[in-house]
Design a protein around this ligand. Sequence first.
Ligand SMILES: CC(C)(COP(=O)(O)OP(=O)(O)OC[C@H]1O[C@@H](n2cnc3c(N)ncnc32)[C@H](O)[C@@H]1OP(=O)(O)O)[C@@H](O)C(=O)NCCC(=O)NCCS
Length: 186
Amino acid sequence: MSAPPVEFKYADESEVRAAQLMGAEMANIFGSVHGGQVMHLVDNIAYVCAARYAGTACVTAAVDRIDFHEPIHVGELLHIVARITYVGRTSMEVEIQLYAEDIPTGNMRHTNTCHFTMVALRDGRPAPVPRLVCRTREDRIRYLQARMRREMGLRYRTERDRFLKQVETMDDAALDALITRETPAP
Ligand SMILES: CC(C)(COP(=O)(O)OP(=O)(O)OC[C@H]1O[C@@H](n2cnc3c(N)ncnc32)[C@H](O)[C@@H]1OP(=O)(O)O)[C@@H](O)C(=O)NCCC(=O)NCCS
């Protein structure tokens, strides 16, 4: 496996910023911005942040979660701030913060935080990425939080797959008992 183009990069130099006016064509039936539009935008910025960091093309492997705490309104300017928070061997976590600006007043609302796992590819295969160096306290905190998300994500996927396989092999009586919670989940 080839080595990454550079040995390490600084977390604080990985930041990518973009802003997009929320147009009427982005509205959902309630008149606020459609969640899918926001997901499309953040996936694009996650790609830019990861590919620039890795120095090669990347794919989205997973999205930790996207919580929509507050609606984003048509007419607002959406600020998107992305940075690399953690790297494994070939994967990177990109943290994205979203802020909606009411343009006339300049009032800013923090609307979302989300985390993407992106994987660097060379010749179509996962490829090593530069080591991440955290030289600020904030970056060290983000790194530890991201590592915890990665470890929990691995545990979650293992446990989920085990349960899904097991439930498919259970007989009807065992399924009914589980549904009525007469037996604990396997
Ligand atoms: C992501 C992908 C390249 C991983 O390929 P793979 O053969 O499973 O590769 P590996 O098992 O070597 O994993 C590579 C890295 O991805 C990580 N990874 C793979 N699947 C993951 C998942 N579901 N969640 C988080 N990380 C994941 C691994 O932990 C590993 O990280 P590390 O090298 O930092 O330790 C492959 O699954 C793929 O191409 N998926 C489709 C991607 C895509 O099309 N995205 C757009 C969807 S719209």
